[in-house]
Write a protein that binds this ligand. Structure first.
Ligand code: ZN
Length: 718
C-alpha cells in the first residue's frame, strides 16, 4: 500500500513540475544580439562556465550518434535510467571499493549538470535524486531535446561547457564544421578532462576504431588535436565570430548582472567590414614593423542629446591569435602622444587662459621640475618654429606650445580635467607625470580617447556611451558632463578640419585629407611605438591605434601614416551609411586674424580665418602691419598678449611658473625700456626674451621710449 502511495506522489510531482527546454536553454547564459538583431554570442550568467546553445539540427552528422555509443547505448530505449546498470552499480558500490560504475544514462548526467547543488549529498541519495529527476525529464522532453541539452551543456575541459563552445575555443570553428576526429577527442574529455597524452591516445585509438571499424594511423593528427586543446590559452570565449570576441569579454566585465538578453548597440555588419579594412591595411603596414591595430566607432544621433552609441569595438586584428588575440587593444593604456592636445586647448580656452588666435612661443624652453631637474620639451621635427598662433600649433601638432599652455593651466588642474574627461587611470600626483602630460605621457586607452573626442561633435558635452539594453533596460558607460562651451567646440573643430592649416607639418596630400568634412587629430608616441588618429564628423567618432602589442618600435610610423590610412578607409565607408555634411556654425563667426600678431587682421596682414566665439570680445586690429608703421621698425610684445590670463599654483615650483616675455625687434630701437608695473626691467638680453616671476593680480607690461609708449599689455595672474 505505501508503495502505491509513493508512486502516486511521484506521478503527481512529474505532472506538477514541468521541465521545459526553454528553461534549460536560457538559465545558462545571456543572449547578446547586435543592432541588426542577429546573435553575436552568449555571456555566462552565474558561473564562468559558458554555454553557446546550438540546435540539434545543426550538429554535424556523426556527433550525436558517437555520443550515444560512448555514453549510453540504450538511450533511445530507456525512460531515464537503466535498471540493470543501476542494480550492478549499487552492488559494486556496496560490495567493492565504492568506485562508480557506468550506470549513468545521458539523462541522469543531464540531471547532474542541471543540479550541481546535489553534489553535497551522499552518493546513494544523489543517485536517487538523479534517477527521479531523469524520469521527470523524460516525461517532459523528447529524446532529441534531451540529447540537444546534453551536448550543449556537458563539461568538456577547463570551463568549456558543451560541444559548441569547446569547438569554438579549441578548434576555432563552429560546431557544424567539427570533424569526426575532433568529436572523438571531446568525447574522451567528457570522462577524463585532463588525461596525459599517453592515456589520451590509447583511449582515442580504441574509441576511434570501435566507431569506425577502421585502424587508426594518423598519429600526427592526434598530437595536433591534443595540443590544440591543452595548449590553448585560457579564458572564456563565447563569441560566434571573431569580431565580437573582445566586445563580449568587455561587456561581461562591465555588466556582470544576470539578464536573459542583451541587445547591444554594436553593428555586426560594420564590425565585420571594419575588421577587413583593418586587416588589409595591416598587410601593407607589416613592412614598417606594425603588427596590430584597434578600432572604436561611436555614433551620434540627432535625437538623443548627450548620448553616443558604441557601434564597433575591435580589440585586435585576430581574436583567435594564439599570442596576442586575447588582448583588447582598444582598452590598453598607451602613451597617447599629441592626441591629448585638443582636450588641453579646449579646456584652456574655456578657462580664458588662451584663445584660438593667441600667439604662443614655439622656442627652446626649460621647465624646472624642482630638485635641480629640468624638462626641455622638443618638437617631433626637432625644430623651433618661433611664434605662431594656437590654431596653427594645434593643427601642426607643435609640442612646446602645448607644454607652455599646460604650465599656465597648472599640472594639478589639468590632471583633474583629464580625470573628468574619463581618464580615470591617472591616479598619481602631478610630479609623477610632469609637464609631459600635455604630450600624452600619462597614457590613454583608445576607448577613453574616442569618447573624450566625442565632446567636440557633442559641442562640449562629454557623452555617456549607450551600450545596449539588458532585459529592456538601457545600459550606459560613464556619465554625461559638460566640459567646455559650444563655441569652444566649434573653434577647435574648425581648426582640426582645416587641411590647409596643417600643411606645414603634414604636407599637401595625405591620409588626413578627405573629400568631405572630417575633423581629426593624430598622435605619435616616442620612438614611434604608437600611432593614433581620432577623427569625427557630425555622425561618427572614429578612433584607431596601430602599433605592436609587444611595445616594439615601428619603423617611423606616425599617427598620420599608420592609423591615418585606416581612418581614411573607415570614414569613406561610414559616409556611405550617413553622408558627411558641412554643419553651419551656431556659436562662432568666421574671423580673419593676423597670423603674426594674433590680432584682428588689417588689409595688409597675413591672414588666417578661424571660427571665433560670438560671446567673446574681439581683439584690436593689428598694429604690426598697418601701413603707417611700415616705414619705422615696429617694436611690440609677441607674448604675452593683452588680456591673457595666467594661473598661479601655490604647490608648483616658482621656476616653472615664470611668465615668458618676447619683444619683437628688441635692440633695434635705441633708448627703449620695458616697464613691469611702472618698474624698469633691467638686463633684457638682445634676443628680447626674458621671464618675469608670477604674482597674483593685474599687471601691466609696457615698452617705452622716453614718454612714448610703443606697446602695452595687461595680463592677469589668478
Ligand atoms: Zn598683422
Amino acid at each position: 500500500m505505501p508503495f502505491v502511495y509513493l508512486l502516486f506522489v511521484l506521478a503527481l510531482t512529474l505532472v506538477v513540475f514541468p521541465v521545459r527546454r526553454a528553461d534549460i536553454k536560457n538559465i545558462h547564459s545571456t543572449i547578446v544580439t547586435s543592432e541588426e538583431r542577429s546573435l553575436i554570442g552568449r555571456m555566462p550568467t552565474n558561473s564562468d562556465q559558458v554555454a553557446i546553445w546550438i540546435d540539434i539540427k545543426e550538429f554535424p552528422d556523426p556527433l550525436p550518434r558517437l555520443i550515444i555509443e560512448a555514453e549510453d547505448r540504450n538511450f533511445y530505449y530507456h525512460i531515464g535510467f537503466d535498471p540493470l546498470a543501476v542494480y550492478s552499480s549499487l552492488v559494486s558500490h556496496l560490495f567493492s571499493d565504492g568506485r562508480r560504475g557506468g550506470a549513468s544514462t545521458i539523462t541522469m548526467q543531464l540531471s547532474r549538470i542541471l543540479h550541481p547543488e546535489w553534489k553535497k549529498y551522499p552518493v546513494l541519495i544523489r543517485k536517487g535524486l538523479e534517477i527521479s529527476n531523469a524520469i521527470q525529464i523524460e516525461f517532459w522532453l523528447n529524446k532529441e531535446e534531451i540529447l540537444e541539452s546534453y551536448i550543449n551543456l556537458v563539461p568538456i575541459h577547463s570551463n568549456a561547457k558543451g560541444f559548441p563552445l569547446a569547438s569554438l575555443r579549441y578548434f576555432k570553428k563552429n560546431i557544424r564544421f567539427l570533424s569526426m576526429e575532433e568529436s572523438v577527442a571531446f568525447i574522451i574529455l567528457m570522462r577524463n578532462p585532463n588525461p596525459s597524452y599517453e592515456t589520451f591516445s590509447k583511449r582515442y585509438i580504441k574509441l576511434y576504431e570501435s566507431f569506425t571499424k577502421q585502424t587508426f594511423y594518423d598519429h600526427s593528427l592526434l598530437r595536433e588535436i591534443y595540443d590544440a586543446i591543452f595548449k590553448a590559452k585560457g579564458e572564456n570565449i563565447y563569441a560566434l565570430s571573431e569580431e565580437e570576441g573582445h566586445y563580449l569579454q568587455w561587456i561581461k566585465h562591465q555588466y556582470p548582472n544576470q539578464t536573459e538578453t542583451f541587445e547591444s548597440s554594436l553593428s555586426k555588419e560594420m564590425q565585420s567590414h571594419l575588421l577587413s579594412i583593418l586587416n588589409s591595411e595591416l598587410q601593407t603596414l607589416k613592412r614598417w614593423n606594425v603588427s596590430n591595430a584597434s578600432l572604436i566607432v561611436l555614433s551620434l544621433s540627432p535625437e538623443e542629446k548627450n548620448i553616443v552609441q558604441l557601434k564597433a569595438m575591435i580589440g585586435s586584428k585576430n581574436f583567435w591569435d594564439e599570442n596576442e588575440g586575447m588582448v583588447n587593444g582598444s582598452l590598453s593604456y598607451r602613451d597617447a602622444g599629441s592626441t591629448i592636445k585638443p582636450l588641453l586647448y579646449a579646456s584652456a580656452i574655456e578657462r580664458n587662459l588662451v584663445q584660438i588666435h593667441t600667439i604662443v612661443p614655439d622656442e627652446k624652453m626649460t621647465f624646472s621640475l624642482g630638485g635641480g631637474a629640468s624638462y626641455v620639451p622638443r618638437n617631433s621635427d626637432l625644430k623651433y618654429w618661433g611664434e605662431l598662433s594656437l590654431a596653427e600649433s594645434l593643427s601642426n601638432s607643435r609640442n612646446i606650445p602645448a607644454v607652455s599652455v599646460v604650465n599656465q593651466y597648472g599640472m594639478e588642474n589639468f590632471l583633474n580635467t583629464l580625470r573628468e574627461f574619463g581618464f580615470t587611470h591617472l591616479r598619481q600626483s602631478p610630479d609623477f607625470y610632469g609637464p609631459g602630460i600635455a604630450l600624452g605621457t600619462g597614457g590613454a586607452s583608445l576607448f577613453q580617447l574616442t569618447r573624450a573626442y566625442a565632446s567636440f561633435p557633442m559641442r562640449g558635452v562629454l557623452p555617456k556611451v549607450f551600450l545596449g539594453k539588458a532585459d529592456g533596460q538601457p545600459i550606459y558607460f560613464g556619465e554625461t558632463k559638460r566640459m567646455f562651451g559650444e563655441d569652444t567646440a566649434e573653434e577647435i573643430e574648425s581648426v582640426l578640419s582645416n587641411a590647409k592649416l596643417r600643411t606645414r607639418a603634414f604636407g599637401r596630400r595625405s591620409y588626413l585629407d578627405f573629400p568631405f568634412p572630417v575633423a581629426l587629430k593624430t598622435g605619435t608616441s616616442k620612438d614611434y611605438r604608437n600611432s593614433w588618429t581620432i577623427a569625427w564628423n557630425e555622425s561618427f567618432v572614429v578612433g584607431v591605434w596601430v602599433g605592436n602589442f609587444s611595445g616594439d618600435k615601428t619603423m617611423q610610423v606616425s599617427g598620420s601614416f599608420g592609423a591615418g590610412r585606416i581612418v581614411q578607409n573607415v570614414f569613406r565607408y561610414l559616409v556611405q551609411i550617413k553622408p558627411s555634411q558641412n554643419i553651419p556654425s551656431k556659436f562662432t563667426d568666421l574671423i580673419n586674424f593676423c597670423k603674426e600678431s594674433g590680432a584682428l587682421a588689417s588689409e595688409d596682414c597675413p591672414k588666417m580665418s578661424l571660427l571665433y566665439s560670438k560671446r567673446k570680445k574681439k581683439p584690436d586690429i593689428c598694429k604690426l602691419h598697418r601701413k603707417e608703421n611700415f616705414k619705422i621698425t615696429h617694436m611690440n610684445f609677441i607674448y604675452p598678449q593683452d588680456g591673457q590670463t595666467f594661473l598661479y599654483h601655490p604647490n608648483d615650483a616658482m621656476m616653472t611658473q615664470m611668465i615668458p616675455v618676447k619683444i619683437r625687434n628688441w635692440s633695434k630701437i635705441p633708448d627703449t625700456d620695458v616697464y613691469w608695473n611702472e618698474k624698469v626691467v633691467k638686463q633684457i638680453p638682445s634676443s628680447g626674451e626674458f621671464r618675469i616671476p608670477i604674482e597674483r593680480g593685474d599687471h601691466q607690461l609696457s615698452i617705452r621710449t622716453g614718454e612714448k609708449i610703443l606697446d602695452r599689455v595687461v595680463i592677469t595672474v589668478k
